[in-house]
Each structure stands twice: as structure tokens, then as C-alpha cells.
Design a protein around this ligand. Structure first.
Ligand code: SIN
Length: 277
């Protein structure tokens, strides 16, 4: 795929591309915004290197793609920056953000469209993030399994992901289709994840646990993953509607620090593609 303002090098056949030739530290042109948007839709997650942006610039960058989403499970960085979450771990950490495969905030009625993470401090090695394509995971199911899952819904519970950070917090709970349709590409994808999905509503607890167990393992298979090796001032921008990700915590007790904004979704995950206008 070619773009006017940047170059994209796919990282795997199904998900991920590293983009070069574009400077995120300066305001983007309309063409630059369009190209980044199109690359995000095409590759599911896009990566940038050597982009030493400020917190203000991170928010401006997020704003190019929509309204910023205030995190419903983790407090914002500061009063000045409630839209930014500090992704940080060190020798005192008992857990880290994203240590279980997940779609960001699928417990929200309208989960974020995407997230932009800017990494500032890295451990000497490790601390990679894995991303998986839920389009490819869906396509790889048998026709019988696709037919079985069609029309089912699942409950997504923020407590599953966030109670380990704060057992006394109250968290969102929402219902979404098990098989969803991306609002832009109109392609089908699997929309359950180990981090947030509690049960399939139409099944008994035993059936739900067995089907979800199969789906989680299937979604997390390496055949539809890409693995990002961060450097200082790398940025990852993922389409939260069609990917899942996992932050590998293999670097304890070292420090890893970054800053993230999330872009608000426009609608709840859809079970059917909307009519073409
Ligand atoms: C997250 O799950 O959003 C954190 C990703 C990361 O730290 O790499």
C-alpha cells in the first residue's frame, strides 16, 4: 500500500506496519492525518520511531483522530492531563497495565476507537508489546464455528482487569456481540478477550467457560500477531476495534515508562454492518 506523505513497511502479513517519513513532533497536514488514518485501518497497528513528542503534542496527535476518551479504570496522569494515562512499572510493581491479552476498555459501553502510546523509558531488554489481528482470528475459524458464534453476546467486566490494581474501585460492565463488524472496513472479527470478557450471555456457565477458553486461546495464536520492540520515543497507534494486545512483563525489576491517550469510539461494537449511506 502506498501513501503520499509516508512510507509503510508491514511487520507481518496480517497485522502491523512501521511508518517512516513523517514527523509527529510538528502539526500534521491534512494529508498526513489522512495517510495515518488509512494506514491504521489497513494494518490494525502502526509504529513510529524517533518521535520525541511532549504531552501536549501527544494530546494534539490524538485529537487529529477524534475526541479523547477518559480512562474508566485507571486515573489520569494529573489534573492538567486527565486524558493521559501513565503506563509505568518498576521494582515496586505488583502488576502492569496490559499484562493479559485484551482490547482496551471493552467493559465500556463505547470502547475507545484506538490508543496512542509514546514510550519514554525502556528496560535494558524486553518490555515488547504483542498485537493480534481479530480479523484474521475470525477468518481462521471454521464455517460451522462462525455460524455457531453468530448472534451471541458477551458480558465485559472492568473489574476483571482493574480490581487487581484497586479492589475497592467500581468498574464498567457492558454487553457486546461476540462477533462484531468493524465500522469502517465492515469486516467481521472476534470481539471477546481474556482481560475483560466474563461470560457469554446465552450459554450456561460451563458452556460459556469452554467456548471462551477456546476463543481466548485462538485469538492469542502467534500466526496473527506482530511483536513490537520499543525504543525510546517509539510510538504505537492501534485500532482497538480489530486488534488485541499484550504488554510482556519480562523485565522486572527494571523501569518502563510511557504515556498514552485513547481516542473515543463513535458507537458501540456492531453485530451487523450498517447500511451503506
Ligand atoms: C496497554 O495495555 O495499553 C499497555 C501496553 C504497553 O504497555 O505496551
Amino acid at each position: 500500500m502506498t501513501f503520499q506523505s509516508l512510507t509503510a513497511a508491514p511487520t507481518t502479513p496480517y497485522v502491523g506496519a512501521e511508518l517512516s517519513g513523517i514527523d509527529l513532533t510538528a502539526p500534521l497536514t491534512n494529508q498526513g492525518i489522512q495517510d495515518i488514518h488509512d494506514a491504521l485501518i489497513a494494518y490494525g497497528v502502526i509504529f513510529f520511531r524517533d518521535q520525541p513528542i511532549s504531552l501536549e503534542r501527544l494530546k494534539e496527535l490524538g485529537h487529529c483522530f477524534g475526541r479523547l476518551h477518559i480512562h474508566t479504570g485507571v486515573r489520569g496522569l494529573s489534573q492538567e492531563h486527565p486524558e493521559i494515562t501513565h503506563v509505568h512499572s518498576d521494582e515496586t510493581s505488583k502488576h502492569v497495565n496490559g499484562e493479559v491479552w485484551h482490547t482496551d476498555l471493552s467493559c465500556d459501553p463505547i470502547p475507545p476507537l484506538g490508543s496512542i502510546l509514546h514510550m519514554k523509558v525502556l528496560p535494558p531488554s524486553g518490555g515488547d508489546t504483542l498485537f493480534a489481528s481479530m480479523y484474521r482470528a475470525y477468518d481462521a475459524l471454521s464455517d460451522r464455528m462462525k455460524a455457531y458464534l453468530e448472534g451471541l453476546t458477551a458480558t465485559h467486566d472492568g473489574g476483571l482487569a482493574f480490581k487487581r490494581f484497586n479492589p475497592n474501585g467500581t468498574y464498567k460492565i457492558s454487553t457486546h456481540p461476540v462477533i462484531a463488524v468493524h465500522p469502517v472496513t465492515r469486516k467481521k472479527l472476534i470481539y471477546v478477550n481474556r482481560g475483560f470478557t466474563a461470560h457469554i450471555n446465552e450459554l450456561s456457565p460451563e458452556e460459556s467457560a469452554a467456548v471462551l477458553g477456546f476463543l481466548f486461546n485462538h485469538c492469542e495464536r502467534p500466526e496473527w500477531q506482530t511483536r513490537f520492540r520499543w525504543e525510546k520515543d517509539s510510538i504505537a497507534f492501534w485500532d482497538n476495534r480489530c486488534t488485541q494486545h499484550l504488554a510482556v512483563w519480562d523485565y522486572f525489576p527494571h523501569v518502563r515508562t510511557g504515556y498514552r491517550v485513547q481516542i473515543a469510539g463513535e458507537a458501540a461494537p456492531l453485530a451487523e454492518a450498517p447500511p451503506i449511506q
